[in-house]
Design a protein around this ligand. Structure first.
Ligand SMILES: [Zn+2]
Length: 328
């Protein structure tokens, strides 16, 4: 995507833009997006999660105001802001219900940010928003039954069935917490969760535990798999087996045509996709075998999803204004 640095006067009558912000466990990615979802400006800032949830809320509000200034410098009126966060997010109630990573509990985040910034704010879930972006702009364009799986520090999924996102009060899509063989005790309180075997964090930790040698991350383990390191190969094999087992379960239940793998582990590309595809196909009998592809938007999916969330809120308000009825 091109990044325009053109400016215009505040009275230029330019079309409105939206502010998009993806709040991650370590960093925030923000952008000013036009109606065609092109980034006009962007910024990245660290997430101060070590300082607690209040500091994170402060940083999110400040970053939205910084994005608003970037829009103002270009003379662009802001139609809406979209903010996506990890954990359990109830989009309809506009609340960040829970995040182990950031530490907030049942926080009316959209309303808090609106009062702090004066901007209209729509709240979304990082992975569901990323999945929506992959459907609109990325690897899942044109597909109506999609499972988007983000395999990063944790594992979560976005599910689109018959063209509609499945949210269920923000609780749907927790693929990281289905039980698979080889899984261990999980931070969620369960045992055997996929996340304990196949997240980027789990892969790096398992390698370090078995060898005593630190792994800088899942990418480091992937590099050792390519070099033929037998421990790395064993750890990688268990992770891909676990992913295939969970995907087989999801395929049996909701029959996606397309599975899109994103997040840090998908950076390994074919080293991840090929064995997961083979092991998934081997597990299926009568089911439709989904196509398995790598995400197309990389780490921009969440931010673009935040932008889509904002534009949807604009369209919803416009529809309500002219017909008096909410959009279906
Ligand atoms: Zn769990």
């Amino acid at each position: 995507m091109d990044v325009s640095t053109s400016s215009a006067s505040p009275t230029s009558g330019l079309p409105p833009c939206v502010l998009a912000l993806d709040v991650g466990g370590t960093g925030m990615k923000g952008a000013v997006l036009d109606r065609a979802m092109r980034p006009i400006a962007s910024l990245r800032r660290p997430t101060p999660r070590g300082e607690g949830p209040t500091a994170v809320v402060d940083a999110v509000a400040e970053t939205l105001l910084a994005l608003e200034r970037l829009a103002a410098e270009r003379g662009l009126p802001v139609a809406h802001a979209g903010v996506v966060v990890p954990g359990i997010v109830d989009e309809d109630r506009r609340r960040a219900v829970w995040s182990a990573n950031i530490g907030w509990r049942d926080l009316p985040l959209a309303a808090v940010l609106e009062s702090r910034t004066g901007l209209p704010v729509a709240l979304g879930h990082d992975v569901r928003a990323g999945g929506a972006a992959e459907c609109a702009l990325g690897a899942a364009r044109g597909a109506r039954n999609v499972l988007f799986v983000a395999v990063g520090t944790g594992i979560a999924a976005a599910l689109v069935v018959d063209g509609r996102p499945v949210r269920s009060g923000g609780l749907a899509g927790e693929l990281g917490h289905v039980e698979v063989r080889g899984g261990t005790a999980c931070a969620c309180g369960g045992h055997g969760c996929l996340e304990t075997l196949a997240s980027a964090h789990a892969v790096a930790s398992a390698y370090t535990a078995r060898t005593g040698r630190p792994a800088a991350g899942a990418a480091d383990v992937a590099a050792r798999v390519r070099e033929g390191d037998p421990v790395a190969r064993a750890v990688w094999g268990e992770a891909t087996d676990g992913l295939a087992e969970a995907l087989a379960m999801a395929t049996t239940l909701v029959a996606p045509e397309l599975v899109v793998l994103g997040g840090g582990l998908a950076e390994a590309d074919r080293l991840l996709l090929d064995p997961v595809r083979d092991r998934l196909a081997a597990r299926l009998t009568f089911q439709r075998t989904p196509a398995l592809v790598r995400a197309g938007l990389g780490d921009r999916a969440g931010c673009l999803g935040a932008g889509l969330t904002a534009w949807q809120a604009v369209d919803h308000h416009t529809h309500t204004l002219f017909t008096g009825a909410p959009t279906p």
